[in-house]
Design a binder for this molecule. Structure first.
Ligand SMILES: Nc1ncnc2c1ncn2[C@@H]1O[C@H](COP(=O)(O)OP(=O)(O)O)[C@@H](O)[C@H]1O
Ligand SMILES: [Mg+2]
Length: 262
């Protein structure tokens, strides 16, 4: 069986600072995997690299059997203030990645504040790039998944709460007809009520058969959702736990910091 996503010895960061090293990962079709780890250790940077927002320094990203990065490094990047990316051919193209169906819902609110909910949701299908055939995600299904968005249709993004914006971002991701959906800290900073609503919607998305990579700090939510949890620490996958092995938050934290010292 061809893996849905495979990372081979992937390394990257913000030149000249390396953030993550030699990450190997396999996600099979239909799987849901989670990432958990301390803030600032590179989870978001890794996801941005998978989706081509940042270029990998070395290693490969293979999506549905096809390598989506081009050949790796051309020598060292010697001059700090020189923008190498501006003058060389990109080794990874975020548009091509999205067109292949690898859809990344970024951490934080990256929506246009002056657009309405309906406007955002009307442009989102443009990223579907021919995958719409037999698509389950029309506006009706989005509204049954996120009833709040049906109530907020004409509202501008800047008047929505953090949780509602997160719902719009995920809804836009679904309208792009993902083959794999990456959710980076979807429940971060939400009120308990909205968090609960959002967690239920994400579980429903999984039950619809959408493969997910979910990064979150809420272990209870993750362990109910995912097949495998990757503990991420100092830019590495420090440990992989099967669904049945995932302990509570405190045990996980001590596991993580225990495993971090090498
Ligand atoms: N745009 C950026 N430029 C330079 N460094 C960054 C940038 N964004 C994040 N970093 C740094 O990269 C490291 C990893 O951050 P991040 O990937 O956001 O971690 P996490 O998602 O695990 O919290 C942090 O030290 C952070 O300060
Ligand atoms: Mg992050």
């Amino acid at each position: 069986m061809t893996a849905l996503l495979e990372l081979r010895q992937l390394s990257g960061g913000y030149s000249p600072i390396q953030i993550f090293q030699n990450v190997d990962l396999v996600v099979q079709p239909g799987e849901t995997v989670g990432f958990f780890g301390p803030n600032g250790h590179g989870k978001t940077t890794l996801m941005k690299t998978i989706s081509g927002v940042l270029e990998p320094w070395s290693g490969d990203v293979i999506f549905e059997g096809r390598r989506i990065n081009r050949e790796a490094p051309r020598g060292s990047r010697r001059f700090r203030n020189f923008n190498y990316d501006a003058v060389t051919r990109r080794r990874m193209d975020p548009k091509a990645v999205a067109r292949a169906g690898l859809i990344h819902v970024a951490q934080g609110n990256l929506l246009f504040p002056e657009m309405t909910v309906d406007e955002v949701l009307s442009i989102a299908p443009m990223a579907a790039a021919g995958r719409e055939k037999g698509n389950r995600f029309g506006l009706t299904s989005i509204h049954s998944l996120f009833p709040r968005l049906a109530e907020r249709r004409g509202h501008k993004i800047r008047f929505l709460s953090g949780g509602e914006r997160q719902m719009v971002s995920i809804a836009a991701g679904l309208l792009a007809v993902p083959r794999l959906l990456i959710l980076d800290e979807p429940t971060l900073g939400l009120s308990p009520k909205l968090r609960l609503e959002l967690c239920q919607s994400i579980r429903a998305i999984k039950d619809m058969g959408v493969p997910l990579i979910v990064i979150d700090q809420d272990v209870a939510f993750l362990s109910a959702l995912i097949d495998r949890l990757h503990l991420f620490d100092h830019g590495r996958i420090a440990r992989v736990l099967g669904k049945a092995e995932i302990p509570d938050h405190d045990t996980l934290m001590s596991m993580l910091f225990g495993a971090a010292i090498t």
